[in-house]
Design a binder for this molecule. Structure first.
Ligand SMILES: [Zn+2]
Length: 300
């Protein structure tokens, strides 16, 4: 999964080939310009790709695809499909599919049924979003793992159990809170009661929670939405493009200051904050921005 798709130069082709979902805050160029490289790598591979963005995003992606000639694609081409979803701040309201075999002609699909605020819901995690005011809507995201189960490797060895897919099935059974006498099939050995695995092999941990916030004006409505997404997060990634001394520029371009980012992280009670999206105006002097975030975050 990727959160925004700007400069992908730090990602290898191997990594990009494995991406299934891209959550895009908004379509300013520095958040989506990496799409071309991703598409070029994925075009002849069948793994589907889902992109989600704010209102207008499906039309924007359709326009981007329309900027190329696809005459060499036909019904025998690799079945690569790209789905573009639009989130309006409360729910997904539009879904468009673009298939390589159809030369990326747009096909509108039914919208998925998800809880309010959710953009992706899987057995192991949920991703929710909020629309922030950046002059245009800019989406912020929170990733919440439902529950984590660590595996004690030494316990597997003691019980003579191999590593394999059955571990995922057992984790799902634990997540579903199935009874101790529920039997788990393990290849090459007798089925094992879930209770034994629960007691000896798996350790239940609270799920990880992180939030990603960028390109948002410092308004009380934005602060409230960011804090709701990030409250108690293990990790908050938040933009800190301008110093408080340059707050007029921040205000004019609808961005947070580093001090505002630190204050928000502090109020949300996150465990760690990682600032990013530094303005080029500070050159090599970006430590000033990080220091301003830290000072506001760590203030008592
Ligand atoms: Zn922007």
């Amino acid at each position: 999964m990727l959160f925004d798709l700007g400069d992908t130069s730090t990602l290898s082709a191997r990594e990009l080939i494995r991406v299934s979902h891209v959550f895009v805050s908004h379509a300013h160029m520095d958040h989506i310009a990496g799409f071309e490289r991703l598409l070029r790598l994925r075009l002849h591979r069948p793994l589907p790709l889902t992109l989600l963005g704010p209102p207008g995003f499906a039309d924007q992606m359709q326009s981007r695809l329309g900027g190329y000639s696809w005459n060499l694609l036909c019904e025998t081409s690799v079945d690569f499909r790209m789905t573009v979803q639009v989130f309006d701040g409360a729910q997904i309201v539009e879904v468009a599919e673009f298939a390589a075999r159809e030369q990326f002609a747009r096909r509108d699909l039914a919208v998925p049924e998800l809880p309010r605020g959710a953009v992706c819901s899987e057995a192991e995690f949920e991703i929710s979003a909020a629309a922030l005011d950046h002059g245009i809507p800019s989406l912020a995201f929170a990733f919440r793992q439902r529950q984590r189960f660590n595996v004690w490797r030494s316990a597997l060895d003691t019980l003579g159990l191999p590593v394999g897919h059955w571990i995922d099935e057992a984790k799902q059974a634990l997540r579903d809170e199935l009874p101790d006498d529920h039997m788990i099939a393990v290849p090459g050995t007798e089925p094992v009661p879930l209770g034994l695995l629960r007691a000896q092999v798996f350790e239940r941990k609270p799920g990880q929670h992180f939030a990603y916030v960028t390109d948002a004006a410092d308004t009380s409505a934005n602060r409230a939405r960011i804090i709701a997404l990030a409250r108690g997060a293990d990790q908050l990634f938040i933009e800190a493009p301008f110093l408080h001394a340059d707050k007029d520029v921040a205000q004019a371009t609808r961005h947070l200051t580093a001090r505002a980012a630190g204050e928000i992280a502090h109020i949300a009670g996150v465990r760690r904050v990682t600032p990013f999206h530094y303005s080029a105006r500070y050159g090599a002097d970006v430590a000033k921005l990080a220091n301003e975030v830290s000072a506001a975050f760590n203030c008592k």
